[in-house]
Design a protein around this ligand. Structure first.
Ligand code: GLA
Length: 390
């Protein structure tokens, strides 16, 4: 553990003690993520390739045995929220507390004997930036309860339960990528995940050793009002799969894409969605083989292709994300794309280390002359997945 994360764990534990009157049973951390490639494929049973950020949600937690759940967050103004486990009802909570409470609900609904907890949370994952701050909150609580109640669940199972909390309790129809990334990523690696069966491979991803960097550009455009559009894309993909007679778009082979598109006839909307998902799955496989053969720089053009597909076919980009990609590539980046659900949030930029200052400056200047908010640019180093820190 780095010195700064040990200090963060200490601070969260101290605040827990102030709030609840005794030291926590333990402290856990779960990261946000960026996705290198494989966007809007996870609810199509396809492939994704996220890696964990150094930014984490940290939870100090003690178990209780009286059916009470007490929640507090350093990131939200307000007092401790007290809930009863028997009163947890999907769809009843519109506040931040729905994420941790949803996890408790999902664990109990799956038959796990969770009898209550005191929780204090503090997160460094930027909210609304497309970097999975919600998944980090869910997974850190799931992991803490898994340890404290001896549930013996594996990372992928915690991810599934966290996704269920978000789908059913919070009411957001997200896929499985973010929770699995937060639960299962490893430092120095990207996670090649098959979202159909959650089989996974850790792919070494050490850009610094090869003289490259990966930047995250948070456009500061909050993507929180996008749920309706996300759901519409998801329904369109399901319609495409049904029309093609497959369980999920993952089952359309890349080599059969033209034939599949021809079978979809005049339905241009569905044709575009299908084309994105099938080509994106193919790009993930190409990126995996490039990384495994040490040809990392050749990943760049695939990132740009992915962005173009998300912009033109899937239509989940926005002017700010497009401006990051265009400006970064013009300024010499190896590649760039939006990352996460889209409609705002963040883009990633793959670049030679020596080109980083010029690219950062070009993006900032382009945003200023377009009259956009100043973007937040930081370097992303593949970091550890969820773990106990104290
Ligand atoms: C959001 C969702 C994920 C995934 C991405 C798009 O981050 O939470 O499940 O669908 O969008 O790839």
């Amino acid at each position: 553990m780095s010195e700064s994360s040990a200090a963060a764990a200490e601070a969260v534990a101290a605040r827990f003690e102030e709030l609840y009157g005794s030291a926590p049973d333990g402290v856990w951390a779960a990261p946000g993520r960026v996705n290198l490639i494989g966007e809007h494929t996870d609810y199509n049973d396809g492939f994704v390739m996220p890696f964990a950020l150094p930014h984490t949600a940290v939870a100090a937690v003690s178990r209780r045995d009286d059916g009470v759940l007490r929640l507090h967050s350093a990131d939200v103004e307000g007092p401790v929220v007290e809930l009863t486990l028997d009163g947890l009802t999907p769809g009843s909570d519109r506040r931040w507390t729905a994420y941790p409470a949803g996890v408790v609900w999902a664990l109990r609904e799956a038959g796990h004997a969770v009898t209550g907890a005191d929780v204090h949370l503090a997160s460094t994952v930027p909210a609304g930036a497309g970097l999975s701050s919600s998944a980090a909150l869910e997974v850190v609580v799931a992991l803490a309860l898994n340890d404290l109640f001896g549930l013996g669940l594996r990372g992928w199972q915690l991810a599934r339960l966290s996704q269920r909390a978000e789908n059913v309790y919070v009411g957001a129809p997200v896929g499985i990528m973010d929770q699995t990334a937060s639960a299962c990523c490893e430092a120095g690696h990207a996670l090649f995940l098959d979202t159909r069966d959650l089989s996974q491979r850790q792919i070494p991803f050490d850009l610094a050793a090869e003289g490259m960097r990966l930047l995250v550009v948070d456009t500061q455009v909050k993507h929180s009002h996008s749920e309706g559009e996300y759901g519409k894309r998801r329904e369109g993909c399901e319609k495409g799969a049904a029309l093609l007679g497959v369980d999920a778009l993952r089952d359309v082979p890349y080599d059969d894409l033209d034939a599949a598109l021809a079978r979809l006839g005049e339905d241009e909307e569905v044709r575009r969605l299908v084309r994105h998902v099938v080509t994106e799955d193919h790009r993930v496989e190409q990126v995996v083989s490039l990384l495994e053969s040490g040809d990392t720089r050749a990943v760049g053009p695939l990132l740009v292709e992915g962005h173009t597909s998300l912009r033109d076919d899937f239509r989940v980009s926005c002017p700010e994300l497009d401006l990051v990609v265009d400006t970064a590539v013009t300024a010499g980046a190896l590649g760039a794309r939006m990352t996460g659900g889209g409609f705002g949030g963040s883009a990633i930029v793959l670049a030679e280390e020596t080109d980083v200052p010029a690219i950062t400056k070009a993006v900032e200047e382009a945003f200023a002359s377009a009259g956009f908010k100043t973007p937040r640019v930081f370097e992303a180093v593949p970091s550890a997945g969820a773990r106990r820190v104290r």
